[in-house]
Design a protein around this ligand. Sequence first.
Ligand code: NI
Length: 375
Amino acid sequence: MEERRLTEVFKWLHRHPELAMKERQTTAYIRNILAENGVRLMDTGLDTGLIAVLGTGKGPTVALRADMDALPVQEATGLPYASECPGVMHACGHDFHSACMLGAALLLKERESSLPGTVKVIFQPAEEVNHGAALMISTGLLNDVRLFLTGHTYPWYSAGTLGIRPGPVMATADRFQISIRGKGCHAAHPEQGIDPIPAVGAIITAVQTIISRRTDPFASAVVSITRLEAGNTWNVIPETAVMEGTVRSMTSAVRDSIRQSLKQVAEDTARAFGCEATMEYEYGPGPVVNDKGICERAEETARQLGLHVEMNPPAMIAEDFSEYLKMAPGALFRIGTGGGYDNHHPAFTADPAAIFPAARFFAVLAEKELAQLQE
Ligand code: NI
């Protein structure tokens, strides 16, 4: 597949964004191109998402992963190929990811008979809602995969630059909700009730000491309280107050320790004010931790292909690619796509010039990793 065709694919995908779990047109479009080129497809039994298979069926299996879903964002790029769907936009570059891995699949197709193993190319739905990776894994079709590779658009590098960083690169992202129960009463007579609001104020302050006083200064973590709810008028002390927020960290150990501290700080601080606190804690995606050996070979491959390599900084955002890494090692690389607007911004753009070099990089690296696994 030539570069020009891949750019057309990207632009088509950009014009036709679909939200998580609704990527039917996208799935059909990618399926058709793969089928036209004689690429085998696995029957996932799922409504959206697909898996392409390349290789001779002998030897080890590695996987390349793209995601396909868009965001509920009104596009403001002014691009000639802007979204044709009001309020929906590929603002995270998943159109780029899909075009890139489609390109890699077609490049691998040309070398299929000499591949030292099998490459499964995953086009997953619903990354933005942290649901798609688990869904693809649940098909059982990835049980034989020994290594997972993916890329993510990165506006802070220009096309032709690849960010490669061993170790933790993306964070855990958990949600918590703390409910504080006091005793409602007339606002003129606080002594007749138990006001949960001062407890909320103290908890907000105390929670930040979990990071500043209880977490290793060399570990990175964030606790953000993002929603508060209490009372519904000016002259009544409410019975309850609710706070909601998120915990982010780069390792599972730090995450577990913060969870424990959060519960203790909330419960004990509330008790000091005569209130009772209960916490709900929901685990989101785990950390994305890149395998060191893969990163070394990736860097060598990138340089051989004339790409510029940078050590990208880690990010406190999450990626459900971490689900695959529970099954086997892998790595997520940052693909320089320029533009200057962050992912999820209405003016986010991805430079199409970056697609083909990235596709080639993933195709070459996948083959190299197969050979490495066979040794
Ligand atoms: Ni994304």
